[in-house]
Design a protein around this ligand. Structure first.
Ligand SMILES: *Cc1c(COP(=O)(O)O)cnc(C)c1O
Length: 397
């Protein structure tokens, strides 16, 4: 390496993280990311993926992906605005709009890209963004790119949001004011207080932006958190991913036709990054077909979530205040959390520790993501391991 300053920076910071137990070792999967996974030749019950409906390994979607790949090739060949828009991209966007009950939709290469593009396409340095304190990193980065003033409000605290919205509006400093929140907060599994948020937005003329990455395919019979509350016509930006419940990769904004027309000429990742692969677009279309045909997968997901929560709570674990299938086990201390997760993995349960900076210091947790693809036998296997390792480390009695 040529730069001594870089090497010094890396040495210092890597050693610091490792000594504090905050360095994340990346595990490698030998096969699909299904309800069970294989790591270093060993099969584990998988409670760490966002593949809520089990669609990542859905046979119909695999077939659709292969067929589209044969027809269109492996890559889209250009950005959407040059000639990388294939008819299946348009079909996908129509499906999304139908599913979300909006006039139109625009697809991006990822949920992260979506936030990196959509916020700054509308907001600028004369504006302000009211942002929930626990919003996802891509919202924070997307907001920064807009150069609007970022005003954080306490997590899900609607009194604080109202006070800050009032102050921002009455200051006369800003042209547009936007409020942004996750639909489902993935670290605790709690849901945005959308009816109150929408009321405050109406009172102070706020643009509403709900990132429902963890709510789409899960809440509102699959259509998401906004649909769950029956507020589809009150939210300006409905963001979702194609990479979590949908099981593939990509992100989208669903909204009015005018908004989507504008994003198609101004959202930078749409203009300057190659479009979704044909196979991904086709697989996503098939996922929406599957979800439209039946509620079976969504129901199974919730049933598994309820069962896992009930069993872990009965064992004495602190599972927080989740309102969705996401089931955290809050341990607190970062090192103990990592030790707990390592022991679970050793005993055959892949449930990953999540520590600072992803969650606040002192709230380290092992987060469990049950899915529609888990069988009761798999969940029981996981619960038995939780009981054993929890007692061994003195986390439960
Ligand atoms: C996961 C997530 C994203 C990023 O989505 P990808 O499709 O994985 O890039 C964006 N926003 C929220 C709230 C998320 O949870």
């Amino acid at each position: 390496m040529s730069s001594k300053a870089l090497q010094k920076f890396l040495d210092e910071n890597l050693n610091d993280l490792k000594s504090k137990g905050l360095y994340n070792e990346i595990d490698v999967l030998e096969g699909a990311n299904g309800p069970t996974i294989k790591i270093k030749g060993k099969e584990l019950v998988n409670l760490s993926s966002n593949n809520y409906l089990g669609l990542a390994t859905n046979k119909r979607m695999e077939e659709a992906c292969i067929e589209a790949t044969k027809k269109y090739g492996v890559g889209a060949g250009a950005v959407r605005t040059i000639n990388g828009t294939l008819d299946i991209h348009i079909e996908l966007e129509k499906k999304i709009a139908e599913f979300k009950h909006t006039e139109a939709a625009i697809a991006f290469q990822s949920g992260f890209n979506c936030n990196a593009g959509a916020i700054q396409a509308v907001m600028n340095k004369k504006d302000a963004i009211l942002s929930d304190a626990l919003n996802h990193a891509s919202i924070i980065d997307g907001s920064r790119l807009s150069r609007a003033k970022i005003i954080r409000f306490n997590h899900s605290d609607m009194d604080d949001l109202r006070a800050k919205a009032k102050e921002a509006r009455e200051s006369g400093l800003y042209e547009k004011i936007m409020v942004i929140s996750d639909g489902v907060f993935s670290m605790d599994g709690d849901i945005v207080k959308l009816p109150e948020l929408v009321k405050i937005a109406e009172e102070f003329d706020l643009i509403t932006y709900i990132d429902d990455a963890h709510g789409s395919g899960v809440m509102g019979k699959g259509a998401g958190t906004v649909k769950h509350f029956g507020l589809s016509d009150k939210v300006d930006f409905q963001i979702g991913t194609l990479s979590k419940a949908i099981g593939v990769v990509g992100g989208y904004v669903a909204g009015s036709k005018d908004l989507i027309d504008w994003l198609k000429v101004r959202a930078r990742p749409f203009l300057f990054s190659t479009s979704l692969t044909p196979g991904s677009a086709a697989a996503c279309i098939e996922a929406f077909n599957i979800m439209s045909e039946s509620d079976e997968l969504v129901n199974k997901l919730w049933e598994n979530g309820r069962y896992l929560k009930e069993q872990l709570k009965n064992l004495g674990f602190n599972i927080g205040h989740s309102e969705t299938p996401i089931t955290p086990c809050i341990i607190g201390d970062e090192k103990l959390t990592q030790q707990f997760s390592k022991r679970l993995i050793k005993e055959g349960v892949y449930a990953k520790s999540i520590v600072f900076p992803t969650v606040p210091l002192g709230t380290g947790r092992v987060r469990n993501m049950p899915s529609a693809a888990h069988t009761k036998e798999m969940l029981d296997r996981a619960i038995a391991v939780y009981a054993k390792v929890g007692k061994e480390l003195g986390i439960i009695k």
